[in-house]
Design a protein around this ligand. Structure first.
Ligand SMILES: [Zn+2]
Length: 335
């Protein structure tokens, strides 16, 4: 069976604060299952072994889903805590997302890990796009991630309409970062599961393979753009979202440079999408309702070899800070 090979994952930075290890506060509860193993599209199942309340996760997911113009995929989340990163640092080897995640202290018991895998297997079985070999291979990967404490952060498109979100939530995120970071992580991965055209073939794939293709930064940027918008709405913070997007864009540029894809493509990509909106090349609506990702507009409506897109690649980081407010420089807004 065909699998979506493009791997979208998000890297969350670690800030080692030198805190002493506090006792790990893991819920000993059994797995929460919110939805049945329904084969209906639109079903969402959550397996949550963290202390984040599943009822809240469900609320946030439902709110995000309500923004989408249409839905195609059935989605399974498995969310689990991991401890401190193993030193010396070592990556996790697996078939999908090989060497992308790092090994951490394992906080789940073997029984909990086995239970998660049984739940996932039951969810997979009967999905017409998967055969037994596919299921075995995916479960092997997930077992490896769980048993090695992988800080998984990925939407695995196992089929066009069957999407698995894996989130290995680090101690840093659970204990040292504000809840908004976790919310952003969750909504970001969920948005990838809503993106309907990730494995479009033909001209879409051809153009996605070009050297300066738009795919990575537009797919990642859309997820970050939407997550920023949703986290603001969930918490009713009334932030200037555009300024927030540009702030992180500027920080990314200062830390990682001007390359849209090599820099954290979610943060730089969101700034680049924002610049396209301010230049009138795109409206915000199709990003916020997901329809921008229905028919490969990222490559088919926007030619990555055009001078317009070249301008975006060369200007997304031209951002001024004025007090706490971030805006594009005039040079970015002139084509
Ligand atoms: Zn992503």
């Amino acid at each position: 069976m065909k699998e979506i090979f493009i791997i979208f994952f998000c890297i969350f930075l670690f800030f080692t604060l030198g805190c002493s290890e506090s006792s790990s506060n893991i819920s000993k509860n059994t797995i929460n299952v919110n939805e049945s193993n329904s084969k209906d599209k639109n079903s969402i199942k959550i397996i949550n072994l963290t202390n984040y309340k599943t009822t809240e996760l469900k609320q946030w997911i439902n709110l995000a889903e309500s923004k989408m113009k249409s839905r195609k995929s059935r989605i399974l989340f498995f969310i689990y805590p991991v401890g401190e990163i193993k030193r010396p640092e070592e990556s996790v080897r697996s078939d999908y997302a090989d060497s992308v995640f790092m090994k951490h202290e394992v906080l789940l018991t073997q029984k909990q890990i086995d239970s998660i895998l049984i739940e996932i297997k039951e969810w997979f079985i009967g999905d017409s796009c998967l055969d037994n070999k596919d299921i075995k291979m995916h479960l092997n990967d997930y077992r490896t991630w769980l048993e090695q404490g992988a800080d998984a952060s990925t939407m695995h498109g196992v089929c066009e309409e069957t999407r698995v979100v894996a989130m290995g939530v680090t101690k840093n995120m659970r204990e040292r970062e504000p809840l908004t970071e976790f919310q952003n992580f969750l909504i970001h991965e969920l948005y990838h599961a809503f993106q309907q055209d990730l494995n479009d073939e033909g001209k879409c794939r051809e153009r996605s393979d070009l050297k300066n293709a738009n795919t990575i930064w537009m797919v990642e940027g859309g997820a970050h753009y939407f997550a920023t918008y949703m986290v603001n709405e969930i918490n009713k913070t009334n932030n200037d979202i555009n300024s927030d997007i540009l702030k992180l864009g500027l920080e990314t540029y200062e830390r990682e440079g001007a390359n849209l894809v090599e820099a954290s493509p979610d943060k730089s990509g969101a700034a680049a999408l924002r610049l396209m909106i301010e230049l009138g090349m795109l409206t915000e609506e199709p990003i916020l309702d997901g329809s921008f990702y229905h028919n490969c507009q990222r490559e088919l409506s926007f030619d990555s070899t055009s001078s317009d897109i070249e301008h975006i690649r060369n200007s997304w980081y031209l951002i001024d800070k004025n007090g706490g407010n971030f805006k594009f420089k005039n040079s970015a807004l002139k084509k």
